[in-house]
Design a protein around this ligand. Structure first.
Ligand SMILES: Nc1ncnc2c1ncn2[C@@H]1O[C@H](COP(=O)(O)OP(=O)(O)OP(=O)(O)O)[C@@H](O)[C@H]1O
Length: 295
């Protein structure tokens, strides 16, 4: 097995005059769940499109499964699965019919296709709805079928662009289980998400991009400890957080921050002190200093 599933050096991408990716360096080890976070428009989808050979980089070197995305495009394609884009789900067909069709199109014999379809229906918890038309499915079922279709042919790396957007909590957690099972099979999962808790729960490694650059990479715990040790929150009578400030956790820093806040806010606010969350990390890394200043 190759050590780095993805290796990016000095990647740049412009659309017209807009520089979307401005010198990205990233290394994703094989067999991990890797989450890419960033504000809207940060270039996450553009990066996934480059990694999956749908968009050509302007500068830099991008290798996926050891292959160059420009000069060895077909080898990259043979090494990856991409949900939502290559997977064309037919709404009029059932899940079983969709899977059988993709299996046959992928070159499996009828017997192999039946066996693979049964396996995927079971793995993605779709057996009970296998004979129902896809247009009657919930968002969660639909997303699981998308994922099942993209896994008809087993590939070492899978890209998931916002896999759980729009799903309810139960469906989201079911999909997290599926993602963790992919990892157990040694598949490298590269995902983007707008749910920071998702990155926190699922990802072995997280990168945050902003302004066209990688602003931080690490485990959830590493990123949280970079932000600070204790977060001071001020709450109003309705338990709404009206201000949140990250501190180093030292007695000196906590007391200084409390004194500064006490001088500026109404005296009846309550104080809560807690450990940093991924939301704090995201805000600290992607918001300008002046915007998160306590004054
Ligand atoms: N084909 C294109 N032509 C021109 N501009 C593009 C193209 N694709 C993306 N962009 C621009 O590049 C920027 C980054 O877009 P991208 O979709 O990669 O961001 P994102 O981080 O995935 O955003 P979101 O979280 O909103 O999905 C945006 O300003 C977008 O308008």
């Amino acid at each position: 097995m190759i050590r780095s599933a993805i290796e990016i050096k000095g990647l740049k991408k412009r659309f017209g005059k807009q520089i979307v990716l401005d010198g990205i360096d990233l290394s994703v080890p094989s067999g991990v769940v890797y989450a890419l976070l960033g504000p809207n428009g940060a270039g996450k989808t553009t990066l996934i499109n480059i990694l999956s050979t749908l968009t050509v980089p302007d500068e830099g070197s991008v290798r996926v499964a050891g292959f160059d995305v420009v000069t060895e495009k077909n080898k990259v394609k043979m090494s990856i699965s991409l949900t939502g884009q290559f997977a064309a789900v037919d709404e009029v067909l059932t899940a079983e019919e969709n899977l059988m069709m993709i299996c046959r199109l992928s070159g499996l014999t009828a017997a192999e296709a039946r066996s693979r379809t049964a396996e995927l229906l079971s793995r993605f918890d779709l057996v009970s709805v296998a004979k129902k038309r896809v247009k009657t499915y919930s968002g969660g079922m639909r997303r699981r079928l998308d994922l099942a279709i993209s896994l008809v042919v087993s590939r070492p790396i899978i890209f998931l662009d916002e896999p759980t957007t729009g799903l309810d909590t139960t469906s989201r957690r079911a999909l997290w289980d599926v993602i963790l099972r992919l990892k157990e099979q040694g598949i490298t999962v590269f995902l983007t998400t707008q749910y920071l808790e998702e990155a926190d729960q699922l990802a072995d490694l997280i990168s945050v991009i902003d302004g066209g650059k990688v602003v931080a990479t690490g485990t959830a715990a590493e990123l949280k400890s970079r932000v600070g040790d204790e977060v001071i929150e001020l709450l109003n009578g309705n338990d709404e957080i009206i201000r949140s400030v990250t501190t180093s956790g030292s007695l000196h820093d906590v007391s200084r921050t409390l004194n500064e806040l006490a001088a500026k806010v109404p005296p009846d606010l309550r104080v809560n002190i807690r450990k940093p969350s991924m939301d704090d990390v995201f805000l600290a890394l992607t918001t300008k200093e002046t915007e998160r200043s306590i004054s």
